[in-house]
Design a binder for this molecule. Structure first.
Ligand SMILES: [Zn+2]
Length: 136
C-alpha cells in the first residue's frame, strides 16, 4: 500500500494534495506545524466512513492562506519532532495488516503542544457535506 506524506507550508496545497489522494484512493499522512503547535494524522477519505483532511479544515483555506511558516517562523526541534512522528504514522499505513505497528488509526489527529509540552488525540469525523471525500 502506498501513502502520500504531506508537510506543505500552506493550506491551498494541502487541500489539493488531500483531494487528489482521496480521488486516486491513496492514504494521506498529514503533518502540520505552526509555531509551537503540531498536528499529525493519517487520512483515508476514499474509504467509507473515513474523514479526509478537508473534513478537518473545511473549504475556508482554499482561496487564501492564513498563517504561514514563512511569516510566523518555526522551531527546528518542533519540526524534527513532528516530522519523525509523521514518518512513524506513514510506516503505520505501509505496515497495515503486516505487523503490530500497522494500525493507521485513520482520522485520529495527534496534537502536540510544544509549550506545555503535551500531546492529545482527537477524532476527526467524516463531514457529510465535505466536497473532498463525498461524491458530487
Ligand atoms: Zn472529507
Amino acid at each position: 500500500m502506498g501513502v502520500v506524506v504531506d508537510g506543505c507550508d500552506n493550506f491551498a496545497t494541502r487541500l489539493v494534495v488531500s483531494d487528489t489522494c482521496t480521488a486516486i484512493g491513496t492514504p494521506l499522512t498529514s503533518a502540520a506545524l505552526g509555531r509551537f503547535q503540531g498536528q499529525v494524522a493519517n487520512f483515508a477519505g476514499h474509504l467509507p466512513g473515513q474523514a479526509c483532511y478537508r473534513c478537518w479544515v473545511g473549504d475556508a483555506f482554499d482561496a487564501e492562506d492564513c498563517d504561514t511558516c514563512a511569516a510566523d517562523g518555526v522551531l527546528g526541534a518542533m519540526v524534527g519532532m513532528v516530522g519523525a512522528f509523521a514518518a512513524m504514522s506513514a510506516i503505520r499505513v505501509i505496515l497495515q495488516g503486516k505487523a503490530a505497528l500497522g494500525d493507521p488509526q485513520w482520522g485520529q489527529l495527534q496534537l502536540f503542544d510544544g509549550l506545555a509540552p503535551s500531546m492529545r488525540t482527537i477524532r476527526v469525523p467524516k463531514d457529510p457535506e465535505c466536497r473532498g471525500c463525498n461524491p458530487a
